[in-house]
Design a protein. Structure first.
Length: 110
């Protein structure tokens, strides 16, 4: 069976809309919301917090490429989240499609 080429939005949807990629993006969103709340409430006390490091670590290693860019390097967090979710989605699709092809041909994975 010949593979058809997909447009960029179709490819992104194919790899980003699955439980693994969406779960990862949900975790990253939760971490970023926690960092924002911590920054808001800690600013009134005058105490510095390293909570922002968690957002960078949650999207590492991609976001680490942007850490030397200064404040503009914060763009690395959403870029890192999408790149990591895309990689996780590709892995999820590979495993599930490989398993589906194996069971369709009668080959058991056990």
């Amino acid at each position: 069976m010949a593979k058809t080429s997909r447009s960029l939005p179709q490819t992104l949807r194919h790899y980003l809309v699955n439980p693994l990629a969406l779960g990862y993006l949900g975790i990253v969103l939760g971490v970023c919301l926690w960092v924002a709340a911590d920054a808001f409430f800690a600013s009134s006390s005058g105490d510095a917090s390293f909570a922002g490091v968690w957002a960078i670590l949650a999207t590492a290693p991609t976001s680490l490429l942007f850490t030397f860019a200064g404040p503009i390097g914060l763009i690395g967090i959403p870029i890192g989240a999408v790149v990591q979710a895309f990689a996780l989605g590709a892995l999820y699709r590979y495993v599930t499609e490989r398993h589906a092809q194996g069971t369709a041909s009668g080959v058991s994975g056990a």
